[in-house]
Design a protein around this ligand. Structure first.
Ligand code: NAI
Ligand code: MG
Length: 508
């Protein structure tokens, strides 16, 4: 078994500029200034590959959120502020530049992401960083295309009267953005890109596990020329800084990505001033393999990557694998073989294919589910436990013979753990696939195009991948049905969620 051991790296080689960033004291960005938390308190940031402290970040709390919201509000409310007088074209160029600067600093950002989150540096360099840059480049183009309509109206109680009616789309205002640790830089990009393209002001709170690239992005935003106060970044805990932001009466909208549990808390907290809320939450996505899939080898590789990519720490992970009976054993064994070949190690090691989980808490959560699966009587095909004693590594894991009521089948594990089970009939599998409180994503593997369309249409999920998985693009909206969320990220759909529509009616 290749993943019995974890690669050791004696001397972690990182770029001098990455080291420079790590050597600096992390601060919050408020009103264009880098500041400590008001209380002076900080929290430790850990390297998940060895559990060692890599830095301290300010522990922002209610007071810091108040300062940040005030700074954002001051900009938003001042019609003469450069952010508000900037032409859409100038704003687009500024956002484009953020994308360029991310690419210029790609190696450093990938290293920071790897050290902070645990993911392989090569993956961060190939996926997280370029996708983040592309999101800004994509949104830059929209800055000049936020359009309203002219609307012919008929007003029955004003016969003969003439009107000129039109809509304009205006920024919502001050936006609170709370993001998770699984794709720290990319989640910041998904949130900031559309907010800036539509002219809003922002207070961003990164996850306490992974503040590094958000802070580095703050420097990049300044370098690109984003005016002071337009984007404020407050590091801190969810229960303090996050909760204060969600509840703040002068915040017009909160955009959240994270657990469904906290998503529900955000909705309650938002009730005070009825701020707008968008949520991108958990999932338990079905991945359905029909026996007429075109290429079994590629399908097996696709299904393995659907669950093991980013160590399963993806809201859209294909964590419920349903395989048509005749080929189920072959597919399960194929994925088990793939799992055993995955090279685990620290994200910074060049040959690492899967790093550690992000935190000790996440390690406990994922191994807790493994124990629960074992106890409930599921069969572990491969994996099923922690790996090594240093860092937060777990083996890529497959269960079979699980019943639909087990927690490993029903709940989001957010680790490299898939539960496989056979099916006989298309109607049966559509029903089982939809038997979940979530509705984020789904996968279908078949070469029968009619079957693919029929199944895709019946699945209650925000994204359906056919003969592929984990395909993301800035132009493709992403988000959830049911308890997987409210609203969409990316594409032009997200722009509607960062604008208010104003109808103007002029009597002529
Ligand atoms: P979480 O939902 O607690 O954290 C996400 C963000 O919310 C972080 O920035 C955190 O500081 C903030 N937060 C936490 N409590 C808050 C509160 N009361 N008010 C405002 N903000 C708050 O997620 P956590 O604890 O890191 O992970 C737990 C589980 O959540 C994972 O096992 C996974 O199932 C799910 N999750 C889903 C994600 C997704 O992409 N949909 C991302 C991260 C976690
Ligand atoms: Mg939490």
């Amino acid at each position: 078994m290749a993943n019995d051991t974890i690669t050791e790296i004696a001397e972690e080689e990182i770029l001098p500029r990455t080291q420079d960033f790590l050597d600096k004291q992390m601060k919050c960005l408020i009103d264009g200034k880098w500041v400590d938390s008001a209380s002076g308190a900080g929290f430790s940031v850990y390297n998940p590959a060895n559990g060692k402290i890599i830095g301290m970040a300010p522990s922002g709390d209610k007071e810091d959120i108040n300062f940040a919201v005030k700074a954002a509000r001051k900009v938003f409310d001042d019609p003469r502020h450069s952010w508000n007088t900037m032409t859409p074209s100038e704003r687009g160029k500024l956002i484009w530049k953020i994308g360029d600067l991310i690419l210029e600093n790609a190696d450093e950002l990938a290293e920071l992401e790897s050290i902070d989150n645990g993911k392989p540096k090569a993956v961060a360099r190939a996926a997280d960083v370029p996708l983040s840059a592309d999101l800004f480049h994509y949104m830059a183009g929209w800055a000049t295309k936020i359009e309203g309509n002219t609307i012919p109206i008929s007003v029955p109680y004003a016969p003969g009267a003439k009107f000129h009616a039109f809509t304009v789309r205006e920024p919502v205002g001050v936006i609170g953005q709370i993001i998770p640790w699984n794709f720290p830089l990319l989640m910041a990009a998904w949130k900031l890109g559309p907010a800036l393209a539509t002219g809003n002001c922002v207070v961003l709170k990164p996850a306490e596990q992974t503040p590094l690239t958000a802070v580095r992005l703050g420097e990049i935003l300044q370098e690109a020329g984003v005016p002071d106060g337009v984007v404020n970044i407050v590091t801190g805990m969810g229960e303090t800084a996050g909760a204060a932001l969600a509840a703040h009466d002068d915040v017009d909208k909160v955009a959240f990505t994270g657990s469904t549990e906290v998503g529900k808390m955000i909705v309650k907290a938002a009730g005070g001033n009825l701020k707008k809320v968008t949520l991108e939450l958990g999932g338990k996505s079905p991945n359905i393999i029909f026996k007429d899939t075109a290429n079994l080898e590629q399908t097996i590789a696709g299904a393995a990557s659907a669950i093991f990519f980013n160590h399963g720490q993806c809201c859209c992970a294909g964590s419920r694998l349903y395989v048509e009976k005749d080929i189920c054993e072959e597919v399960v064994n194929g994925i088990a073989d793939a799992a055993k070949q995955i090279k685990l190690g620290p994200g910074l090691a060049n040959d690492t294919e899967m790093g550690p989980l992000v935190s000790e808490e996440q390690l406990a959560r994922v191994t807790g589910y493994m124990d629960a699966g074992q106890e409930a009587g599921a069969t572990c095909v491969t994996g099923g436990s922690r790996l090594g004693e240093q860092g937060y590594f777990v083996s890529p894991t497959i269960y079979k013979d699980a019943s639909e009521d087990m927690s490993i089948v029903r709940e989001e594990i957010f680790g490299p753990v898939v539960v496989a089970s056979p099916f006989d009939d298309i109607e049966e599998i559509i029903k089982r696939s939809n038997d979940t409180t979530y509705g984020l994503a789904a996968g279908i593997w078949t070469k029968d195009i009619a079957k693919a369309h029929h199944t895709a249409a019946r699945l209650r999920a925000g994204t359906v991948w056919v003969n592929c998985y984990n395909i993301f693009d800035s132009a493709l909206p992403f988000g959830g049905y049911k308890q997987s969320g409210w609203g969409r990220e990316m594409g032009h759909e997200v722009l509607e969620l960062y604008t208010e529509t104003k109808a103007v009616c002029i009597g002529l």
